[in-house]
Ligand binder design. Structure first.
Ligand code: HEM
Length: 178
């Protein structure tokens, strides 16, 4: 996983728990914590950090990954403001696959962001199929909630199918509430 994602997690943890909170997390995770945005780091290192987050971020790994996703959005907005300019959530979600993550592949050579297959179901419901070997669908849920909130929308997400339950793929079903 690219260092920029670790940078975003560091920013999220420091904003919520201060620099000491991040240092304590790194200590519990037993990682040294120096990440350059263009560097590549083991996915296990991210898993160790998520496992070592303060309990306030959630009791389970899915809860903590959602917390990370939601709280990484301010960093992403600051680092890549143009992706968030004058865009609705309904436009942003398809742009992830067509524009944002392809741009990420150019900016961060060797990056392998996930694939999303977006299809509207009705006015209030969007289906978002998540395809990645990393099995970080709960991170995807959190990022989607965080982006929606940045764009002034509220929603909830369920997963009618999830690889963690033995299904062949993950489908994030987005229910827009406002
Ligand atoms: C709704 C918004 C977004 C969602 C749901 C999303 C989802 C994800 C997920 C789940 C991953 C983890 C890798 C995987 O699962 O295979 C990821 C990776 C990544 N995303 Fe996104 N993302 C979003 C927006 C963004 C934005 C705005 C950026 C900014 C440029 C971004 C940049 C990246 C980068 C750099 C990676 C690391 C890829 C790698 O290290 O190989 N994402 N994204």
């Amino acid at each position: 996983m690219k260092g920029v994602i670790f940078n975003a997690v560091e920013d999220a943890v420091e904003r919520a728990f201060g620099a000491d909170g991040w240092d304590d997390t790194l200590g519990r995770a037993k990682v040294d914590g120096s990440y350059t945005s263009l560097g590549n780091y083991d996915d296990e290192e991210l898993a160790a950090i998520v496992g070592a987050l303060p309990d306030e971020t959630g009791c389970t790994i899915p809860e903590r990954l959602r917390w990370v996703g939601i709280n990484c959005v301010p960093f992403l907005v600051e680092a890549f403001p143009h992706f968030f300019d004058e865009i609705t959530l309904e436009e942003f979600l398809p742009a992830l696959n067509h524009m944002i993550h392809p741009e990420v592949r150019k900016l961060y050579p060797g990056a392998t962001p996930p694939d999303f297959d977006i299809s509207p179901i009705d006015d209030q419901t969007i289906s978002m199929r998540y395809v990645s070997d990393r099995k970080l669908c709960f991170l995807a849920e959190g990022l989607t909630i965080g982006v929606a909130s940045h764009l002034g929308r509220t929603l909830h997400i369920d997963q009618p199918s999830c690889t963690h339950d033995g299904d062949p793929h993950c489908e994030l079903r987005i229910h827009l509430t406002a």
